[in-house]
Structure formats: C-alpha cells, structure tokens
Design a protein around this ligand. Sequence first.
Ligand code: NAP
Length: 375
Amino acid sequence: MTSPIDVGILGATGVVGQQLASLLDGHPWFRLSWVAASERSAGRRYGDLPWRLPGLVPATAARLTVSPLDPDNAPVILFSALDAGVAGEAETAFARSGRIVVSNARNHRLDPLVPLVIPEVNAGHLSLLDAQRRERGWSGAIVTNPNCSTVFVAMVLAALDGFQPSRALVTTLQAVSGAGHPGVSALDILGNVIPFIPGEEEKIERETRKILGRLDNGGVADAAMVLSAQTTRVAVHDGHTALMSIALDRTPSIEEVADALARFRGDAEVSALPSAPAAPIVVATGHDRPQPRLDAWTSGGMAVTCGRLRRCPVLGYKLVALGHNTIRGAAGAALLNAELLVSRERRLRATQAEAVAWPAEARAMDPLPGTLSPV
Ligand code: NAP
C-alpha cells in the first residue's frame, strides 16, 4: 500500500469539475486536496457553492476552500475542467510551473506535442510527452482527453480496426449537460432539437483521426480515415448518442463485427486501472437499445453501449453508440488518463527506465512516495 496521491481540480465548480470531485471521492489512489475556479468562486468553501449532482457534495471536497487559478500550493497532478475561454493559457501556466495537467478542455487537444488519449485505444501516444517537455521547456506536462462525442466514436472505430474502417458518417444526439451550466436555455431545448453545436463536428472529425493515428517520427500521423459528422443538441439530461454508418475495407459478417466490439480491450496495464470498465464496449441485445436513460450509466458511465448493429446500404455497416458524456466523455476519461500516467510512472520507476518518466520538478514535489512496485 502507498499513501494516496494529492490531486486538484481546475474548474472544480462546473458540470465536469463536480463530476470529477464525485469520482475522486473514495478513489483508491487519489485524494482531492485542492480545488480552483474563477474569481467568482475563489475564497468560498466548496461545500457552500451550488452542488448539481444527485446526493450531497463529498465531505472531503466540501471542506476545501476554492483557490484562484494560481499554481502556488497546487498539487502536482491537476485535472482541468476549465471553460475553454481560459483553459488554454491557464493550463500552459500550470504545466510551466511543474504541474501535470490532465485536461478535458479543447484548447490543447490538437497540439502536435500534446497526447490526446483514450487509454484503451492509444496509450502509446503518451510518449509524446518526451518531445513536449523538450520542445516546450515545460517542467510539467499537458495530457488531454477527447471531446465528449469523439471518445465514443473513436472507441467504436478502434474496436473495428482489424476490419480496416475507411469512412464513417456520424450523427450525434447530445445531452444538455454537455453544454455546461447553465448551458442551453430551457426555452430553446424543451420539445426541440438544435442542429448546431459550435465547433463540435470539426472536433469529432479531427480528434478521431489524431487518436487513431500512429506515432511517427516523434509526432502523430493522423489516420487516413474520412469522417463526416453532424451534431445536434437534444432534450436529454445525460448521455450522448452517436448514429454511425461505417465503411470497412474488409467484409466481416454482422456477428463478427458484434464480436469485435464486445471483445475490444485495452492492454493489460490499462485493464488493471481502477476506473477501467471490464468491457469498454458493451453490445446491447435489445432491439430498442441503447437509450440514454437506460444505458448511459453502464459500468458506472465508463462503458460505451452499442446496439442496432445492421447492414447499411450506403456504407456497409451501421450501429448506434451511446456513452455518458460527463463520465466517459469527460471526468471519467480524465481520471483514467491520470491513472494511466501514474501506473506508467510506477512501472518505469520499478524498472529504473529513463524514458517517459515524469518531469524532474514533478518528481521533486514527489506525489508518489516510497518505493513503488508495478501496479
Ligand atoms: P462549466 O459547467 O461551464 O464549468 C466551467 C468551469 O470553469 C467552472 O468551474 C468555472 O468556474 C470555471 N471558469 C470559467 N471562467 C473562468 C475564469 N475566467 N477563470 C477561472 N475559472 C473559470 O463547463 P463544463 O461543462 O464543466 O466543461 C468544462 C470543460 O470541459 C470545458 O472546456 C468543456 O468544453 C469540457 N468538456 C465538457 C463536457 C461536458 O459533457 N460537459 C465534455 C467534455 C469536455 P466558476 O464556477 O467560478 O465560474
């Protein structure tokens, strides 16, 4: 047993920040010891601010005083759930100050030196951190997770990698919690579908290609796959649905596609992480599933549920994928990335390897006390 690792949240008061505080409550490796948000919230007790998740604000978090975005006293590992308007500069400042920022925000995702990671899909992209540290001169680091719809799309396409996906059409039906708080006005969304979410279609198309890309010459060469996305906001509380039509270069049967989805796994290190679902993709058998209200919480919100797998007369195969947008699409995705970083660091230390270890300054403020053995 080792002591818990202190972690903090930037943007702790928002939809994703609260979900992170909730997931960190009782976490086996991490202890939430620091929270930060805007000047509006700074100086206030976290437990006195509005809590928008079911149940009470976790007791450990409730006692914390909200800090401004100032690296002084911040722990080494920080989750970022900051509004994109401030995340870019703030995350850079924290990385420069030796912090390892595990971010939900869009700002750094497409930076060629920043890993955009789904542990089951492209854990190897963490090796970009070497070049990031060298070229940016940061004593800390930034690692990002994808946009909340991209993660589900990329997981499905990664699971079908053996059949060589070449093109995909994606139409999303996205929950209102994906727009933050207070988000979309009730008058706009009730009884309605809004066929435009700024920047969302481009994120799905571009981020997916980076995630599925391969390491090449110190960077990531995007996957050649062609994607076309249409995104809509619907009056669902939690859970983004993605209707996907996919062209595969190979010609598997529907049963073989279903089997590939159900058997999809990360490597052994990823599967052993505390927040990793036993099966990252669950194939629903009911003809009318997945549904946000019934399936978004599958495996604590960390699994993608796929259903309605059938032939598509245009691209060959089609299916419906669904995931919890603030868990696997945001807070849970960042948590899994942080667990992967810690697991990898422990493994590297145990084997005395020198590659991809944490920055020296981060080691100096060592959050991993004692002699560690591989997880
Ligand atoms: P949100 O509810 O609007 O929360 C935004 C957070 O940023 C709040 O803690 C807010 O603090 C803080 N903030 C805003 N302006 C600030 C400033 N000038 N200085 C310091 N802090 C500031 O947003 P969200 O939905 O949680 O999303 C957070 C991030 O995750 C965004 O970048 C978003 O794009 C991304 N994301 C969201 C989802 C989702 O499903 N919601 C999914 C994937 C990614 P105050 O409360 O003090 O204003």
